[in-house]
Design a protein around this ligand. Structure first.
Ligand SMILES: C[S@@+](CC[C@H](N)C(=O)[O-])C[C@H]1O[C@@H](n2cnc3c(N)ncnc32)[C@H](O)[C@@H]1O
Length: 257
């Protein structure tokens, strides 16, 4: 049976790799590295660096492949994502059948951790459901962008005894600050933080976390949203893409005692 290792690689710093992840990469006969698009090209470079640094298994080979790009034109959000996942599943079917012997082990190097806003695991279930290729999976956890953000700002994620909500820019207005006093926002293409008007809300923002290009800014959201939006636009222009995340917080430890 083919064996697929789904390996969390952290968020841009090769030193995020755990010992478990390094050992898993060295167990793989084939390592699959996605490319395509300027962002993917830069992120492929991080994956190549990780492989060059840590993989000492002489029998290991790397296969680079073009990951299908999500189409948005004329599609609903959900419809577009569903179609995109189906296209990636077809790509995996082909790769597993063509590049991996029946008793072989492959490694998929997943950004951050595979359980957080990443669809590799659900796409693998789609691949299995096609019935075209049989395999089992093993998941190796990685450092997430949430951990990288809190570490860079030197802050705890939660207020004492209080919950945290993880959401997207599109849905921030549903949760913060009325439902959750702490919200982590990922995948925000619309700079939802600029719409937060609560004068007590704090923001802790970071882009390219873990990489040499890392930028962090923090402060009272109403006061520094403009500066963050400006810096974000500048960085995006410079690199051709951006990955950023932020934590919005209101309230304080022990203020509900
Ligand atoms: C598709 S999700 C992948 C998340 C990933 N699995 C993780 O564990 O962090 C991509 C989003 O994660 C966040 N992200 C990932 N890496 C990041 C980084 N190095 N710096 C800032 N944000 C990052 C951004 O919000 C980005 O839009």
């Amino acid at each position: 049976m083919r064996h697929i290792l789904v390996v969390g690689i952290g968020t841009g710093n090769p030193e995020h790799l755990t010992v478990q992840a390094i050992n898993a990469l060295n167990r793989a006969d084939v390592l699959f590295v996605p490319t395509k698009g300027r962002k993917k090209v830069d992120l492929a470079e991080v994956r190549r660096d990780i492989i060059a640094r840590y993989v000492t298994n002489p029998a290991s080979r790397t296969v680079e492949f073009a990951l299908p790009v999500r189409q948005v034109e004329g599609r609903s959000y959900v419809g577009g994502v569903d179609e995109w996942h189906a296209a990636i599943a077809e790509t995996y079917v082909r790769l597993f059948l063509e590049e991996l012997p029946e008793d072989g082990t492959a490694g998929l190097l997943v950004w951050g951790d595979p359980m957080l806003y990443d669809s590799t695991l659900r796409i693998l279930e789609r691949v299995r459901a096609t019935g075209k290729v049989a395999f089992d999976t093993e998941v190796i956890p990685g450092i997430t962008s949430i951990q990288a953000l809190c570490a860079s700002h030197r802050i705890p994620l939660n207020l004492v005894g209080k919950p945290v909500e993880i959401t997207t820019g599109r849905r921030l207005h549903e949760s913060f600050p009325h439902r959750s006093e702490t919200a982590v926002v990922m995948l925000d293409g619309e700079q939802a933080f600029t719409k937060v008007t609560d004068p007590d809300a704090m923001i802790y923002w970071g882009a390219y976390l873990g990489s040499p290009d890392e930028v962090i800014l923090s402060g009272r959201a109403v006061e520094c949203a403009g500066e963050i939006a400006r810096r974000r636009a500048e960085e995006r222009e410079k690199h051709g893409w951006i990955m950023d995340i932020y934590l919005m917080q209101k309230g304080a430890d022990f203020d509900d005692e």
